[in-house]
Every structure is written in structure tokens, then in C-alpha cells.
Design a protein around this ligand. Structure first.
Ligand code: Q0Z
Length: 287
């Protein structure tokens, strides 16, 4: 645990520490979850890939929105960030119909109040990206909410601002990724407010943990798509007779190695930077 800092929160695979009243350390471990269960086997460097990717996007989206990044530590897995007043909603943007968006569309032909054209298939690209906010569930899954409920939580003006900024961030990331062979089907942003009540992008951004990454060359609308990063681990887990409750299975070394390669490949494709250069000096993603 980082020196002289207080542990203030745990996610499934990340930890949060307070440096002081104004600054936090966000530490990404190498733990991985499949089917919502954290596995006993780590994927070496996974936390570094996620940290480096977030840093890359923070450095390149400052023209769209301010962000919480203060610096990356030499370990490559620790982000020093501004401590904000977090907004109580998850800002989800969907460019394709997957997950709960597909489920809602099948049932109602709409997603979070967005009426959509008839006849869309699973994984179809949407005519325009849509903003589908969700509440932050303490345990279990976030729940989609409509505009009215979101406005009650953050106010109508702030909601309009996070919608505009979230869609602009998604378009920037999805356009960049598509040119490099990765489809970002959807993504979740978290925002906070600084001491002047200015909107600030926080947490992680446009990573495979906060998004669905699909390999573009395998994209076939009309069914579920394979995950760019986790498909090996999911397929292995599906081949066992595991009931998908805790504890999860150990991963064999070929699955660990293949999964690590996919994370490193996502990093290198998106950043254009050799992962070894990131390991030598994490600041390379910020230039
Ligand atoms: C992020 C989370 C994690 C557990 C709070 N800049 C910020 N200011 C205030 N709060 C947060 C941030 Cl990023 C904040 N989370 C999510 C991350 C472990 C929970 F690494 N919670």
C-alpha cells in the first residue's frame, strides 16, 4: 500500500487512497473478473495497461473536458488525481446495441427513453450514440434511469452538460479506436465537480474495464460479439463446470499469457506506444 496514505475505498480490482484533503491515489491491481467474479489468478501488467490507457485518453481529451489526472507514478499502476465531489450517476454512452441496451430495446424498442428505429439486431451500430445514465449500485448491477430521474439526481443543467460532454468523449475515443481496429461498443464515464463547481472527468476513461471493446475485424451484427480483452478467459471459464459464483477458477498459464497479450495489444494499438516504453516511463502516454 502506498506510503503515508489512507485507504478510502475498494473496487473489485482497484483501490483508492487519500494522499491529503485534495488528492487521491487510484491503484489498479492485476486482478481480473469474469462473469462478475474476481478470479484467484492475476494477469501480469493488466493494471498498468488500464492505468496507461486512461492516462493516454486524459491527456488527449482536455479540449473536451477537464479531468482529475495529476500524474502517473513510476509503478505504472498508480494515478495521482484531484479529489472531487463525485456526481451520483454513471454516464453511459452507447454506440452499439449490447448488454442492457439490447435487452431494453428487445423489450420496448427504446433504451433509456431514446426511441430507436425498428428491426435493429443485437450488436447493431446505432444511428447516433445515445446517453443512457445509470445509478451507482453499491453492490450488483447499475440500474438504467431515464432523463427525469437523472435530472432529479444532478439537476437539469448539469445533466445537459454531462450528456453533451459524454457523447463528445465517446465519439473522440470510438473514432480513434475504430481507425486502429477496435470498436468501442459502449462506455461509462464518471464525473466530479471541483471547488469551483466545474465539471471534471474522473475515475478511469475509455478502458476495456469501463467499456466494451470488440475486435473490428470480427464484427458481425446479429449476435453477441467477442470481447477484445476477456474472451480467452471467458471461453476457458465456460469450458469448466463452474456455476459462476465465488470462488472462481484458477486460470492456466496459456490463458494468462494469451489474455495479457490482448491487453498489451489494445494498449499498443490505441496509444501507438510500445508497452515496454510505458513500463520504462509511464509519462510517455501523457506527451
Ligand atoms: C472514484 C473507485 C477505486 C474504489 C470515488 N477523483 C476522484 N475524486 C473523488 N472520488 C473519486 C475520484 Cl476518482 C472516486 N471512485 C471509484 C475507484 C476504488 C472506488 F479505485 N470512488
Amino acid at each position: 500500500m502506498p506510503e503515508a496514505s489512507l485507504h478510502v475505498g475498494s473496487g473489485k480490482v482497484r483501490e483508492l487512497y487519500a494522499l491529503d484533503d485534495e488528492r487521491l491515489l487510484l491503484v489498479a491491481s492485476d486482478r481480473i473478473s469474469t462473469f462478475d467474479v474476481v478470479l484467484p489468478t492475476e494477469i501480469p501488467d493488466r493494471g498498468r495497461v488500464l492505468t496507461g490507457l486512461s492516462g493516454f485518453w486524459f491527456a488527449r481529451t482536455q479540449h473536451i473536458c477537464a479531468n482529475h489526472l495529476l500524474g502517473l507514478r513510476p509503478d505504472g499502476r498508480t494515478t495521482e488525481c484531484r479529489r472531487l465531489e463525485m456526481l451520483p450517476i454513471e454516464c453511459v454512452v452507447r454506440g452499439y446495441l449490447a448488454g442492457s441496451g439490447w435487452k431494453d430495446y428487445k423489450a420496448t424498442s427504446a433504451v433509456c427513453g431514446h426511441a430507436l428505429p425498428p428491426g435493429l439486431v443485437e450488436s447493431a451500430e446505432l444511428p447516433e450514440p445515445i446517453f443512457t445514465p445509470a445509478t451507482k449500485a453499491v453492490t450488483g448491477h447499475d440500474e438504467n434511469i431515464d432523463r427525469e430521474q437523472a435530472a432529479e439526481l444532478v439537476g437539469a443543467d448539469r445533466l445537459a452538460e454531462v450528456e453533451r460532454v459524454s457523447i463528445a468523449l465517446y465519439r473522440f475515443g470510438a473514432d480513434h479506436a475504430r481507425e486502429r481496429g477496435i470498436l468501442i461498443a459502449d462506455t461509462k464515464f464518471e464525473f466530479g465537480l471541483d471547488e469551483d463547481d466545474c465539471l471534471v472527468l474522473a475515475d478511469e476513461a475509455l478502458t476495456p474495464d469501463s467499456s466494451r471493446f470488440w475486435p473490428a475485424d470480427e464484427y458481425r451484427p446479429g449476435g453477441p460479439q467477442s470481447s477484445f480483452d476477456k474472451q480467452f478467459a471467458r471461453d476457458y471459464c465456460e469450458s469448466l463446470d463452474w456455476d459462476k459464483t465465488d470462488p472462481g477458477p484458477e486460470l492456466p498459464e496459456n490463458i494468462v499469457a494469451g489474455t495479457r497479450t490482448r491487453y498489451v495489444e489494445a494498449f499498443e494499438r490505441l496509444t501507438g506506444i510500445a508497452f515496454d516504453d510505458y513500463l520504462a516511463d509511464p509519462q510517455v502516454v501523457l506527451r
